[in-house]
Design a protein around this ligand. Structure first.
Ligand SMILES: Cc1cc2nc3c(=O)[nH]c(=O)nc-3n(C[C@H](O)[C@H](O)[C@H](O)COP(=O)(O)OP(=O)(O)OC[C@H]3O[C@@H](n4cnc5c(N)ncnc54)[C@H](O)[C@@H]3O)c2cc1C
Length: 468
């Protein structure tokens, strides 16, 4: 079958730049089109999260493109959640009992710059900045771009167009507007929004609080988190209701209200935030939503990837990781159907959609877990037990968090199925006092495994009945 030559990629963000690199490595000619200026030459406000949690599935994508060593210097390991209680106390809840397992804080900008630099070095990639895609003619793989500097509109033709243009994807919009095929689209917003704040570095450029952790202030209804940056600062994100309850972005509309709220809810963080009022007033408040759509492809001519195909809320730290994993799954599908875009795109979606739907749902679950459950006694007891299992029996036990975050060999959908059942099993056993202090850790693990197996079996029976 004829190999198509030219791929036009919309969006040179995290997914688009890695995708361009991988497709060029496969021998295609690439046009990488980005609406923003080149962030290596001009300071660009990406509009959202300054830093991100980067973990195994994301690394799998970078490894495919040979970038494992390039990303390492950008990473700050975070070994667990450092939980700041309401009474001012704090404790570390490790992400895993296995020493090798941790997540990393990484700067969105540094990572994007590294990827763009790699694209620059790669033959076959041409990058165009300040080019906003305004419309895609899907059947002919023709896209219109407006030059932000001159206002000029140019039309580009390609063999294939890939949309990695994020949650507001122009390609997805064109697919939705195309009346010739059925396109399903759903968007779900949380009642909470987010605002980014910061802890600056100390006067010697060091960290004002523990560097190697993801800090969380869980407050039941709302929550604040902080991730470290390489320059000694932390990016702090407040997740708060838009307008419900005593405290909301609506009620925090003056200096006194903001200070009272932080004094009451985050008294240990307040002294680390000398610029709180300016940042609170100047930084945008942004929405949090899940986007699901289908199909991700049409006519073997266009394909959506990353946030453009599946926007998720950030509470599992997996949006970018999933976008990078998309590229691994697409690469595999292209190996299976060389030269046949339609078949490759179909295979890609057939394998991937169930998984991105799963991580979308898990991310919403984790919102509730992080803001409320991390502070609850039974949740903490469960986490302690899980960490002990993982330490003592590293090849036998994987918590739901570990299945999702560290087991990149497992599909998200499988991690969700096993993880949810296991969580239920372990919580039931603790709640029913079937796990007791007198038992050995081995006996406790056997109980959890047996209960999980039984519940998985019941689940399989029910699912089997549903499909009959
Ligand atoms: C608050 C917050 C915290 C997050 N934390 C994490 C985390 O800890 N870990 C994690 O893995 N993920 C996290 N995410 C998710 C992560 O940011 C996204 O999943 C990731 O950025 C997706 O990459 P992308 O390239 O698909 O989209 P984007 O990063 O949005 O990139 C899209 C690119 O396309 C460009 N573009 C858009 N429209 C056009 C157009 N019409 N024409 C041309 N170019 C266009 C944009 O300028 C941008 O460069 C977080 C998200 C948020 C909002």
């Amino acid at each position: 079958m004829k190999k198509q030559e030219h791929i036009l990629i919309i969006g040179a963000g995290l997914c688009g730049s890695l995708l361009a690199l991988r497709m060029a490595q496969r021998g295609y000619k690439i046009s990488l089109m980005e609406k923003r200026p080149d962030l290596r030459k001009e300071s660009v406000d990406s509009g959202r999260s300054i830093n991100l949690a980067f973990s195994n599935r994301g690394m799998k994508g970078l490894r495919l493109a040979g970038l494992e060593n390039k990303v390492a210097p950008l990473c700050i390991p975070m070994k667990g959640r450092l939980i700041h209680s309401e009474n001012g106390g704090q404790f570390m809840s490790p992400y895993s009992g296995r020493d090798r397992e941790h997540i990393n804080s990484i700067s969105r900008e540094d990572l994007n710059i590294m990827l763009l630099d790699e694209c620059d070095k790669m033959r076959g990639i041409t990058m165009y900045f300040n080019q906003k895609c305004t419309d895609v003619a899907i059947e002919t793989a023709t896209a219109s771009f407006q030059d932000y500097l001159t206002g000029e509109i140019k039309v580009y033709e390609a063999d294939v167009i890939m949309g990695a243009d994020g949650v507001g994807s122009s390609l997805r919009k064109s697919m939705l507007d195309d009346r010739k095929f059925l396109f399903s689209y759903g968007q779900d917003f949380l009642t909470h929004g987010y605002k980014e704040l910061s802890f600056p570095p100390d006067k010697n450029g060091g960290y004002l609080t523990e560097k190697n952790a993801l800090h969380i202030w869980p407050r039941g209804k709302d929550m604040m988190i902080a991730l470290p940056n390489l320059d000694g600062s932390f990016t702090v994100t407040l997740f708060l209701s838009w307008e419900e309850g005593t405290y909301s972005f609506k009620t925090l509309d003056n200096k006194k209200a903001i200070l009272d709220y932080f004094q009451k809810e985050f008294p240990d963080a307040l002294p680390l935030m000398p610029n709180l009022i300016e940042e609170f007033n100047d930084n945008p408040t942004s929405p949090l939503g899940t986007i699901k759509c289908s199909p991700w492809h049409a006519y073997g001519k266009v394909l959506l990837l990353g946030d453009a195909a599946h926007g998720i809320v950030p509470f599992y730290g997996q949006g970018m990781n999933a976008a990078f994993e998309d590229i691994v799954v697409l690469d595999k599908a292209m190996n299976k159907f060389p030269g046949d875009w339609n078949a490759a795109f179909r295979a890609f979606q057939a394998e991937r959609k169930e998984d991105t739907d799963a991580i979308a749902d898990l991310a919403v679950d984790n919102f509730h877990e992080m803001k409320a459950h991390t502070a609850s006694a039974i949740f903490q007891e469960k986490r302690k037990l899980e960490i002990a299992f993982e330490k003592e029996f590293p090849n036998e036990y994987f918590s739901k968090y570990a299945l999702v975050t560290f087991r990149e060999d497992l599909r998200y959908s499988e991690a969700m199925r096993r993880g949810r059942v296991q969580d239920k099993a372990i919580l039931n056993l603790i709640y029913d006092k079937k796990i007791t202090k007198g038992q050995s850790l081995r006996q406790q693990l056997d109980l959890v495994m047996a209960e999980t197996r039984k519940m998985l079996h019941d689940d399989a029976v029910v699912r089997g009945m549903e499909t009959e």
